[in-house]
Design a protein around this ligand. Structure first.
Ligand code: NAD
Length: 436
């Protein structure tokens, strides 16, 4: 099938390349000429495992191309909308200007029978509003939210857990759902659940999933706060409750909390939308989820201060990690970088390292010092803080190695990803999150 993907960021670039990799002819559109240039040369504009490979293969096959010119979408049967929906400046609601802009720029090129498939995460009610613009062209709007995880985006796009498509009522909705089944043919053929809903349900599925995940993380972080007060160990607590299959161990890693371009802004936008709908009380808990999450960043800073005897001023601190999670270079609302910035604000000499995210981190926070090389960052440090659980820090860094480089013997484990006994027996003061 011929497809277009409008918006080629973390979601759209992966979607375009993944759709080409399963045999479709795809054109990706973005307003950012630099991004389009880099994608057209086969250079992934951000780090995402496997993206480079499928991007190059798609370009070589002739099935994948990129353009800044919206008219290149002509002839595509399905137009995916993957533009950003960031948090509004000065508010919690989603900023829909990019989605609205992309749809109105697309309208002149739509043909009767085309499908416009929204993938961006939007407040409930957006699809119904946009359908009023799309339907008069003879095209059908569907909402097909995306559940990919950065770091696993290619795999999640090609082989998702489930596919959700919100369609209009009536025969055109059923026809559109069948077209989407054809688009996602390999996943559908292997029996991946394909759930057809109305617009509102599809929009809500996405924000509900993110709200649940954020709540699970903040739940265990709340237990970490209590554990800190009573001297309990939250990692043992998580293991113990996680054995209950109704609870499950995943997403119960206490630490400095969630961040990135989705969870924080999505729960805020959900709460803002609920308030507009007169349902503030239904998701009021999300404000608490957000507050717990943000407190854990400050807690990590506090541990560094305590570890260094009450002040960090003039101390050299190696911050290991900048990305909001491993296998990604995304630093949007990254708790890792936030901890680094707060320590810098307290007068510490902060040295940040990360295997993939330094370019983005430097652009956002040029006031920090960055080292590509982990060992250079560690050399001469008074304290070490692990804030992104890359294997390079979690598995491939021994206390003996770090002892040869660092001046001090304080390590703060912002992700509870290290073995406390290994560090303590090597003479280190190990401080974890919610661990005695
Ligand atoms: P992003 O900022 O990386 O990408 C958005 C892209 O859209 C940018 O490249 C921008 O230049 C482009 N754009 C803006 N206006 C445009 C227009 N009128 N025409 C063409 N291109 C335009 O954002 P992202 O992380 O890819 O997120 C996109 C959407 O997908 C958001 O709604 C997000 O919530 C959702 N989502 C993201 C992820 C993820 O892991 N990143 C996962 C699921 C859902």
């Amino acid at each position: 099938m011929r497809l277009s993907v409008i918006g080629c960021g973390y979601l759209g670039a992966v979607h375009a390349a993944a759709m080409a990799s399963i045999g479709h002819d795809v054109v990706g559109i973005d307003v950012d000429a630099e991004k389009v240039g880099s994608l057209s040369r086969g250079e992934a504009p951000f780090f995402e495992p496997q993206l480079q490979e499928i991007l190059q293969a798609g370009l070589e096959s002739g099935r994948l191309s990129f353009s800044t010119d919206m008219s290149s979408v002509r002839g595509a049967a399905v137009h995916f909308i993957g533009v950003g929906t960031p948090q509004q400046a000065g508010g919690y609601a989603a900023d829909l200007r990019y989605v609205d802009g992309a749809v109105s720029e697309l309208l002149p090129y739509l043909q009767p029978g085309d499908i416009v498939a929204g993938k961006s995460t939007v407040p409930v009610g957006t699809a119904a509003r946009l359908a009023e613009l799309v339907t008069p062209t003879g095209a059908t709007l569907v909402w097909n939210p995306e559940f990919l995880r950065e770091g696993w985006a290619v795999q999640d796009t090609i082989d998702p857990d489930r596919l959700v498509t919100g369609v209009p009522s009536g025969p055109e909705g059923a026809v559109a759902a069948d077209v989407l089944r054809k688009v996602y043919h390999p996943a559908v053929a292997k029996g991946t659940p394909f759930i057809v809903t109305d617009y509102a349900t599809a929009e809500l599925v996405k924000v509900a999933a993110n709200a649940f995940l954020a709540t699970k993380i903040s739940f265990i972080n709340a237990m970490a706060e209590i554990s800190e007060t009573v001297g309990a160990d939250v990692t043992q607590l998580a293991d113990a409750i996680g054995h209950d299959p109704r609870i499950g161990r995943r997403f119960l890693g206490a630490g400095i909390g969630f961040g990135g371009g989705c969870l924080p802004k999505d729960i805020r936008a959900f709460a803002a939308r609920a308030e507009e709908l007169g349902r503030r009380e239904s998701v009021n808990f999300l404000r608490e989820v957000d507050a717990i999450n943000l407190r854990r960043r400050e807690r990590a800073v506090q541990l560094v201060v305590e570890g260094l005897g009450g002040a960090v001023y003039g101390k050299r601190i190696a911050v290991l990690g900048a990305a909001f999670k491993p296998h990604s270079d995304d630093v949007r609302d990254s708790p890792a970088l936030d901890v680094a910035v707060r320590l810098h604000g307290l007068g510490a000499e902060v040295v940040v390292t990360d295997p993939e995210a330094l370019h983005n981190a430097r652009a956002l926070h040029p006031q920090l010092t960055y080292f590509e090389d982990r060992d250079e960052a560690l050399r001469g440090s008074d304290a070490v803080v692990v804030v992104t659980e890359w294997d390079q820090y979690r598995r491939e860094m021994s206390p003996a190695e770090v002892s040869d480089l660092a001046s001090g013997r304080v390590i703060v484990d912002g992700r509870n990803c290290l073995d406390p006994s290994a560090w303590r027996s090597a003479g280190w003061t190990y401080l974890g999150m919610g661990r005695p």
